[in-house]
Design a protein around this ligand. Structure first.
Ligand code: FES
Length: 320
């Protein structure tokens, strides 16, 4: 079952903000406010019927009446970013989901280190604006291939966030690579680290931070597309039991829990169906999930993403 909580919005403005990157301002059809959100949230956008993509909201909550997203044209696009760039026009009406957030700021953190890889800057900009507004201590390390490919570069470099932002470019006259150990510093219980970008960048930050002794609980990440394989030739069949009814269903290799349950009239809301958006996250009461998603941290035993994840035990009991 796809997400049916759709909201119709108008593309109020579409701008080219960097090489291969366009931003879109979305406003409620007929005016008025769109649903509130928190820093780090994303929305689904129905680019065209049957084609749904997730994009992070770039502006701090309350900054504008509508939502702003930024989209990188992906050469390996399966249609989403290409359609956003080439087909969607100012004035068009599209459907979006209510904002969801699986990348929240930790409210107790005294200091935040934000690490952005390329277009992964979008949720982190929103967080940076929120932290600035809250008077919190933070730094944003913004890594991009070049200045020309850094979304919102001029706004950031010349705006209120400037004192908190360090740019790191791979190419060009101002090339300067990120020194991860220097950026993170020694582990501190009051500091939380947030990273968004390509999977290689996230994995590099996580493994570097863990090697330095940073606890996993203080490291937060969000991938911006499905980049991890969700199926494997070694997959095994397992059963899911529905806690409320006791009914048990066999999940064969090559089929997802959501698909099998939907066939039996048990609809878990889904959106990306690739383990990216978190829409389908479901509580697990018994059994050990085999996480294949990119939302959870990978060691949770009490929840899992049934659109893609599997089971390490013969039976998973779901809180449904
Ligand atoms: Fe997006 Fe499962 S539907 S994570």
């Amino acid at each position: 079952m796809m997400n049916t909580d759709w909201i119709s919005v108008c593309v109020a403005s579409k701008r080219s903000i960097a090489e291969d990157i366009q931003s879109f301002d979305l406003t409620a059809v007929g005016g008025g406010a769109l649903p509130a959100y928190t820093a780090g949230a994303h929305i689904d956008i129905e680019v065209r019927p049957g084609l749904v993509r997730q994009y992070s909201l770039c502006q701090a909550p309350g900054e504008a009446e509508g939502y702003r997203i930024a989209v990188l044209r992906d050469p390996a696009s399966r249609g989403g970013s290409t359609a956003m760039h080439d087909v969607l026009r100012e004035g068009d009406v599209v459907r979006i989901s209510v904002p969801r957030n699986h990348f929240e700021l930790e409210p107790t953190a005294a200091r935040s280190v934000l690490l952005a890889g390329g277009i992964g800057v979008t949720p982190l900009l929103c967080m940076a604006e929120q932290l600035q507004r809250d008077g919190k201590d933070f730094v944003l390390h913004y890594c991009a291939r070049s200045r020309a490919r850094a979304a919102f570069h001029d706004d950031v470099a010349n705006g209120e966030l400037a004192a908190h932002v360090r740019f790191h470019f791979d190419e060009g006259p101002d090339a300067s690579r990120l020194d991860l150990a220097g950026a993170l510093g020694a582990p501190s219980a009051e500091t939380h680290v947030y990273v968004c970008g390509p999977s290689g960048f996230i994995d590099w930050v996580f493994s570097g931070a863990e090697a330095m002794g940073w606890p996993r609980a203080q490291l937060h990440r969000e991938y911006f597309s499905a980049e991890a394989p969700t199926a494997s030739v070694d997959d095994e069949a397992f059963d899911v039991r529905i806690a409320s009814t006791g009914a048990t269903y066999a999940i064969p290799c090559g089929r997802s829990v959501t698909d099998v349950l939907a066939e039996h009239g048990i609809d878990i809301p889904v959106s990306c169906q690739q383990g990216v958006c978190g829409t389908c996250i479901t509580r697990v009461l018994e059994g050990e999930p085999d996480h294949r998603d990119l939302v959870l941290m990978g060691d949770e035993m009490d929840e899992f993403a049934p659109c893609c994840s599997r089971s390490r035990t013969p039976v998973l009991v779901l809180d449904l």
